[in-house]
Write a protein that binds this ligand. Sequence first.
Ligand code: ADP
Length: 448
Amino acid sequence: MNRLVIVANRVPNPRERGATAGGLAVALKDALARREALWFGWSGQIAEATAAEPEEVRAGRITYATLDLGREDYRRYYQGFSNGSLWPTLHYRLGLAHFSREDHAGYRGVNAAFAAALVPLLRPDDTIWVHDFHLFPLGAELRRAGCRQRIGFFLHVPFPPGGLFCALPRAEELLADLAAYDVIGVQAEDDAANLRGALASVGQGDAAARVFAFPIGIEAEPFTALAEKALTRRETERFRQSLVERALIIGVDRLDYTKGLPQRFCGYGQLLARFKAHRSKVTYLQVAPVSRGDVAQYRALRRELDEWVGRINGQHAEPDWAPLRYMTRAVARPVLAGFMRMARVGLVTPLRDGMNLVAKEYIAAQDPEDPGVLVLSRFAGAVSQLPGALLVNPLDPDEIAEALDQALTMRPAERRSRWEDCAVSVRRDGARAWCREFLSRLEGANDA
Ligand code: ADP
């Protein structure tokens, strides 16, 4: 079998295993186990200047080739254009996006540098799979350097309607760059329709025909096993005892403005204010580890959430009951899986999300005999695969409160049937299937 080349902004550290591996590493695990692979991208380290040659580490059949980013490139390519311009725009938040020519040049420069460092490592029959919005132009750079290999691209985040995307300065260039790819994958049918429309509007109709939706999933079985096993852990038992038989609502997100956390906290406050029967009977645990803490908007969000927590607990707490428990530390995956299993409600209300894997993890973690209820934003990509979830508009705190009340009072038979409706696709559309479908589309693409 030919070699698979994965290109992504971040490359997993081969010395860190299992629980600490990133989501993409988990999703690709199966594909990487079956063939020789090269994983290329940023090392996660910042140096004086971006390295010209990658550092290579071999682990079994996988070679990890990484470049350190120069400080200025990190600021412009990563913090500036990727996180400051593209991330908000792709999540429909044009008002939060900023644009500067310097950041844009940094972004294109790093993509060119990545391509230049990758080309010498490539073999003529490699299959190349480029990941996410940091690397829109990479395929076009490789083509300019003469690469004829199959190159696919997958966008892990949403793609907004073309009119919105094209408000980003130089958006047409990014769309033209996408035309270099043989297959362009997105998470959901809405994203595919938006991207096709955007490509068609800039005269890239051919590329529009190469856009397909491949919804990413999780491997459900190992997660279920993790959740079951967690019940015997000391942390889980201590946590259970601390709840004193109160129903648990759980939220698990990176601390990001796309996740709808202020509206969610407000919705929980509304639950306590409007549905008084739940007072003292429910505990909401929100785990939200700080991410991108060096970006001003993320620091402001953190302050806003601190205020919400103070307000809700201040207003509703009893001497022996804190209604909202909030942690900004990461929690180890096995512990988290156990907390999810214990929770009567999984509260997942992003304002916009490419997929949202937490929603699928919550379903996988449940006890089939006594499952909890998933309350899910209608703007998460996962919606089309989780028909049993209670859907909410994440911008409407009252709707969140009503759904929480419905979930907390739902009879076991309805909980089981709703959970079953979700579990079918969580089991079927796993990470493995996602990988297989993308690669078979890509590897079939140039055979004709
Ligand atoms: P995003 O990629 O935007 O962060 P997803 O929901 O698609 O959102 O994926 C997040 C992944 O990170 C999931 O596997 C989830 O379990 C994990 N994760 C999110 N928040 C935490 C947390 N607080 N502690 C540990 N893992 C987390």
